[in-house]
Design a protein around this ligand. Structure first.
Ligand code: MN
Length: 243
C-alpha cells in the first residue's frame, strides 16, 4: 500500500479537479509547505509539510494564531501528493472535501531538529516557516488519543502553536484572519468559486481552458476528463468519506 492510497481511495478523479496522488521526488534542498484555505462544510486551513515525497497534512480548524498563548486544533489527515501544493479550485459538492480551495500560503520549511520523521512519530515537531504569511518558529504537538475521543474519530489531534520570536504577536491570535486572498492568484474564495463553476466540466485545470476558446478546441479539452486515475483509485476500491 502506497502512502497515498488513502488519498487516492477517497477521491474520484473523473469528478474532482484535484490531482491524482503520486509520490514525488524532492525538487530542491529545501522542503516545501503550503496552506490551503478550504471552504468545505466548515472553513478551515489545510497545513501541508513536504516530507519524503508527500505532504504530511493537518486540517487546522481556525486561522493560524500568531499569539503563542493561543493554540489551534490541527486534525491529522491523510498524506497528500506534492502536486496538490499548487491546487486551487472547487471540489464538487458531494465529493470528499467538497468546496472551494484557495492557496493561502506557500514557501519552505525547516525542521528545528535533525530527525523530523522521528519527531512526527513522537508527536512533537518544531518547524521554522519561510512563507509569505507564515514566518519563524511553530510547534506541532500531538494530543494523547485517550484525551481526544480517538476511537470515535480515528484521527490524531494535534495543536499548532506559534513560538515566541520576532514574528509572534502576543494578544493578537487572529492577526492573520484579515488575509483572505490567494497567494497564487490574488483571488478571494468567492472569485475562485465563481470561476470554477464556469469550467466545471473541464476537470482539472482552469488555466488550460481560456474563456474565449473556439468550440472545437473546447470539446477536445474535455477528453482528459476520462483519464485513468492511478491503480489504487479504481472505483471498486473507492470509499467515499465525507467531511
Ligand atoms: Mn480541507
Amino acid at each position: 500500500m502506497s502512502r497515498l492510497t488513502p488519498y487516492n481511495s477517497k477521491r474520484d478523479f473523473a469528478v474532482t479537479p484535484e490531482p491524482p496522488g503520486r509520490i514525488a521526488k524532492r525538487a530542491g534542498k529545501k522542503l516545501r509547505f503550503v496552506i490551503q484555505r478550504h471552504a468545505a462544510t466548515r472553513l478551515h486551513f489545510d497545513l501541508r509539510l513536504e516530507l519524503d515525497g508527500v505532504y504530511k497534512s493537518w486540517a487546522v480548524t481556525k486561522v493560524p494564531s500568531l499569539d503563542p498563548a493561543t493554540k489551534r486544533l490541527a486534525v491529522e489527515v491523510e498524506d497528500h501528493p506534492i502536486d496538490y501544493g499548487t491546487f486551487e479550485g472547487t471540489i464538487p459538492q458531494g465529493e470528499y472535501g467538497g468546496g472551494t480551495v484557495q492557496l493561502w500560503d506557500n514557501g519552505t520549511w525547516t525542521p528545528q531538529g535533525d530527525n523530523p520523521q522521528r519527531d512526527l512519530a513522537r508527536g512533537s515537531l518544531k518547524v521554522c516557516f519561510d512563507g509569505k504569511r507564515m514566518h519563524g518558529g511553530w510547534a506541532l504537538i500531538r494530543l494523547r488519543d485517550k484525551d481526544t475521543g480517538f476511537r470515535k474519530q480515528p484521527r490524531h489531534n494535534w495543536l499548532l502553536i506559534k513560538e515566541t520570536d520576532e514574528y509572534a504577536k502576543p494578544g493578537e491570535p487572529d492577526a492573520l484572519a484579515s488575509e483572505v486572498t490567494s497567494v497564487k492568484s490574488g483571488r478571494t474564495l468567492e472569485e475562485i468559486a465563481s470561476r470554477s463553476r464556469k469550467v466545471w466540466h473541464s476537470n482539472r485545470s482552469e488555466k488550460k481552458e481560456p474563456e474565449a476558446k473556439p468550440r472545437a478546441a473546447a470539446t477536445r479539452a474535455k477528453a482528459p476528463a476520462k483519464r485513468k486515475a492511478p491503480a489504487a483509485a479504481k472505483p471498486a476500491a473507492k470509499k467515499k468519506l465525507r467531511k
